[in-house]
Ligand binder design. Structure first.
Ligand SMILES: Cc1cc2nc3c(=O)[nH]c(=O)nc-3n(C[C@H](O)[C@H](O)[C@H](O)COP(=O)(O)OP(=O)(O)OC[C@H]3O[C@@H](n4cnc5c(N)ncnc54)[C@H](O)[C@@H]3O)c2cc1C
Length: 342
């Protein structure tokens, strides 16, 4: 079924609660709806597909058509003692799927508990947290190719997953594929991933062999709740900036200025040193800063919030620019947004 609403208010469709409208909102409940739905939209009308709108900043009204999948359902398509492959509708809430898996003692995605958003977007974004990424469990992504006008299936390798990245984010593919289902491979075999230090600490002294996926889920959600704003209460789009990667020389310069290299949190990656953007922003004194209707979350400076649901997009952009400028002035690093600006 396809539902179309003209001149649609998107405030409840983006977790930043930006009060913006689109020319039309079209929601569909079956993969087979997609070709027909697309055929009804004029070629010169701009389209944008949203999930739960939890990684988006609408910078103004969107004159075109906003599409949304309401395709639901979990289908076990393969089951053996080692592996259970589940086909999940793109419009399912990712956390509902994770709860479903944990309740069935299926391992693989429990560390992603509490991440807002829908299953379709999880395959676009390659969501990640606490030492797990969606691509660790994704085995196939099913989409409609708007250019060739046919249904296609991507293997995990085809998706070219990297940190918060996939083929679906590349400019030539971005608006080409509409994802209608994602296959996740889970396992009934006991396999907690406690590689992330905060999680390891949460279970220190406990019998790891007796842990269930729901134990990990509960610990992950408790840790997230202690740091991140709940979008239902305090609107945001999560981490606003990406963690920058800098050269060794640049890293050493910063260490010298900060007094020692242990003072600068970092992860060594192939292309240099990844520095937590939260640390850079915190060092510039932004944590808890409030200006008009926008603020920097007092527990996590990487998150810009819209506490009273009154912020205008230009207020968010104004604060974003100031943060970028201050980090640039102090560290000579240009932060780039993680949140997609529409
Ligand atoms: C409080 C908070 C905490 C967060 N924590 C994390 C975290 O720990 N880790 C993490 O990785 N992310 C995190 N995020 C970011 C966000 O939850 C993820 O990026 C999530 O995958 C976005 O899902 P969504 O359904 O809201 O997608 P949207 O934000 O609506 O869309 C994201 C992208 O996916 C595309 N898209 C959506 N659905 C489809 C589809 N069916 N077909 C094709 N393209 C599609 C959109 O066009 C867009 O480009 C957080 C966000 C918030 C608000």
């Amino acid at each position: 079924m396809i539902t179309t609403i003209d001149n649609y208010d998107l405030s409840s469709r983006n977790t930043f609660a930006m009060k913006v409208k689109c020319g039309a909102f079209m929601e569909y409940t079956k993969a087979d709806d997609i070709p027909f739905l697309l055929s009804t939209i004029r070629k010169d009308v701009e389209k944008f597909h949203i999930g739960a709108g939890s990684n988006l900043l609408f910078t103004r009204d969107f004159p075109g058509v906003v599409l949304h999948s309401a395709i639901k359902g979990f289908e076990i398509i393969c089951k053996n003692p080692q592996e259970v492959i589940v086909r999940v509708g793109s419009g399912e809430t990712m956390d509902d799927f994770i709860r479903w898996a944990c309740d069935r003692e299926l391992w693989g995605i429990e560390n992603l508990s509490g991440i807002p958003g829908e299953v379709g977007a999880s395959a676009v974004q390659n969501v990640g947290a606490y030492g797990t990424e969606a691509c660790d469990a994704i085995v196939a992504v099913h989409a409609f190719d708007e250019v060739e006008r046919e249904f296609v299936t991507f293997s995990k390798e085809d998706c070219r997953y990297a940190y918060r990245d996939s083929i679906f984010k590349k400019s030539d593919a971005k608006k080409r594929y509409i994802i209608h289902a994602v296959d996740y491979a889970l396992t009934p075999l006991h396999s907690p991933n406690l590689s992330y230090p905060a999680l390891k600490k949460a279970f220190e002294g406990k019998d790891v062999d007796s842990l269930s996926p729901n134990d990990i889920r509960a610990a992950v959600i408790a840790t997230r709740d202690s740091k991140l704003p709940n979008p239902a209460v305090t609107p945001s789009a999560g981490s606003f900036f990406k963690n920058p990667v800098i050269s060794e020389e640049h890293f050493k310069e910063i260490c010298e200025k900060e007094g020692s290299d242990t003072a600068v949190p970092h992860y060594k990656v192939d292309s240099g040193y990844k520095i937590p953007a939260a640390w850079l922003i915190d060092k510039c004194g932004w944590k808890g800063y409030k200006e008009g209707n926008v603020a920097v979350w007092h527990l996590q400076p990487l998150v810009i919030v819209n506490p009273d649901r009154q912020a205008l997009p230009e207020e968010v952009i104004g604060l974003e620019k100031k943060i970028i400028q201050s980090v640039n002035d102090r560290f000579n690093i240009t932060l780039t947004p993680e949140v997609e600006h529409i």
